[in-house]
Design a protein around this ligand. Structure first.
Ligand SMILES: Cc1cc2nc3c(=O)[nH]c(=O)nc-3n(C[C@H](O)[C@H](O)[C@H](O)COP(=O)(O)OP(=O)(O)OC[C@H]3O[C@@H](n4cnc5c(N)ncnc54)[C@H](O)[C@@H]3O)c2cc1C
Length: 391
């Protein structure tokens, strides 16, 4: 990228000087000039009223020869993660917008039949590395292999779940490929005029949504939290091109060895998979409230969730927390009981199919996203619901 200033057009109005967050623009001889502090952020270009400042973005050369959308299909013990299907649904949409193939990347061992699942979920290609060394996840082996494949096949977009696995190795792949990565995206789209990937994610504590571009490097890489995107339709029997990767022929060896995997007991709070979540907030006023919500959740066959307010109060443990710094969930039914609806909570649950809010303040922001709102005391409404479900 490079920045040019047309001194004929520049009126020395100083809008760029006032806007530049790095103090990189000054007025010299009645025209703007940038110094070595400039990092080409583009703030000056946006405010220049005469169009005198222009940043040349090399989308051409960087993008040349890069084609296709890749989705890293995470699996554990041979079982594909839900986020793999969600990303294939979204990847299919993006690939169709661009008119390019969608590939699923699958690493592991003993993965018979999984490629067929990925084709059925929308992949045109499956790039499969099935080898005993890939049975357990290690950063260096998975990362080295994926970076090598990306150099060879040159996709324009690479997506991965923002799971503990994705968060661990995807940034290393981005670094190895000398490109950028937008973590925890909640929205993806294509900008028609230059085919750039629009990567949207909450920023500044969730108070704004920032859309991030990667104009000068390829691939454009993003991670997406589980349950944010919707899986596409499954077409049984759909087929595509299977590309088998020979790990040994590539001579890639990891420096780490997996000795043992220990299951995290907190996973027992399986919010991500629950169809019904009954969540409580500070409006419950004490831990006792969660006993009541537990009864309701049990009758609905659901799981217990919570706001950070309730977790911070010590009424329920952190694995139950929903929101920006907790879990992102997308159940069929989300019941928010005594939760105000702060933006940091909403980003974790607003894609639920049906949201029911119980709150004694009719002005609570949770009602803005709720499909059904019950204004009243949670200690009157929840027992009434339990009684009705019993009867
Ligand atoms: C960086 C950052 C990250 C954050 N991450 C998260 C996150 O992941 N998840 C999250 O939830 N928050 C998060 N927060 C905190 C968030 O901003 C809110 O403070 C929090 O969600 C508030 O929790 P609450 O709704 O339970 O409490 P409050 O905001 O205090 O709301 C309680 C609600 O209960 C209602 N109420 C009171 N009594 C009753 C009653 N008897 N019956 C019915 N309703 C009643 C009140 O009208 C009120 O609306 C984060 C904040 C920051 C700054």
């Amino acid at each position: 990228m490079s920045l040019t200033i047309d001194t004929e057009l520049c009126t020395a109005c100083e809008a760029c000087v006032d806007t530049c967050p790095f103090g990189a623009v000054e007025i010299v001889d009645q025209a703007a000039r940038v110094n070595e502090k400039c990092n080409l952020c583009g703030a000056c270009e946006e405010v220049c009223p005469t169009g005198a400042i222009r940043i040349e973005r090399k989308t051409g050369p960087a993008a040349e020869g890069h084609r296709g959308v890749w989705v890293f299909a995470e699996q554990r013990r041979g079982r594909l993660a839900g986020v793999a299907f969600e990303l294939l649904g979204e990847g299919r949409r993006l690939a169709d917008r661009l008119g390019v193939p969608l590939a699923a990347i699958l690493f592991g061992y003993g993965l018979d039949g999984r490629a067929a699942d990925l084709f059925a979920a929308g992949a045109d290609q499956v790039i499969l590395a099935d080898h005993p060394d890939l049975e357990g996840f290690t950063d260096d082996l998975y990362g080295g292999l994926l970076a090598g494949l990306a150099r060879e096949y040159r996709p324009e977009i690479m997506l991965c779940g923002a799971t503990s696995l994705g968060r661990s190795f995807f940034p290393k792949v981005a670094s190895a490929l000398n490109t950028g990565l937008t973590a925890d995206c909640t929205g993806l789209d294509i900008r028609d005029e230059d085919r750039l990937l629009l990567q949207t994610r909450p920023a500044f504590g969730g108070n704004i949504m920032a859309t991030i571009l990667c104009p000068a490097h390829r691939p454009q890489m993003a991670t997406v939290r589980p349950k944010v995107m919707k899986p596409g339709p499954v077409v049984e029997g759909r087929s595509g091109e299977l590309i088998q990767v020979d790990l040994e022929a590539r001579g890639i060896a990891g420096r780490t060895r997996l000795l043992e995997s220990v299951e995290d007991l907190t996973e027992k709070v399986n919010l991500a998979e629950a169809d019904v979540i009954v969540s409580g907030g500070r409006g419950l006023a004490s831990a006792k409230g969660f006993e009541l919500l537990g009864q309701l959740a049990e009758r609905l066959g659901g799981a217990l969730g919570a706001s950070r307010g309730a977790v911070d109060a010590g009424w329920i443990s952190y694995p139950h927390q929903v929101g920006q710094t907790g879990r992102t969930v997308s159940p069929k039914l989300y019941l928010a009981c005594g939760i105000s609806g702060a933006v940091q909570h909403l980003v974790g649950m607003q894609s639920s199919d049906v949201i029911v809010a119980i709150n004694n303040d009719p002005g609570a922001p949770i009602f803005d996203v709720a499909d059904y709102g019950l204004v009243g005391d949670v200690y009157e409404i929840v027992p009434a619901l339990i009684r009705r479900l019993q009867g």
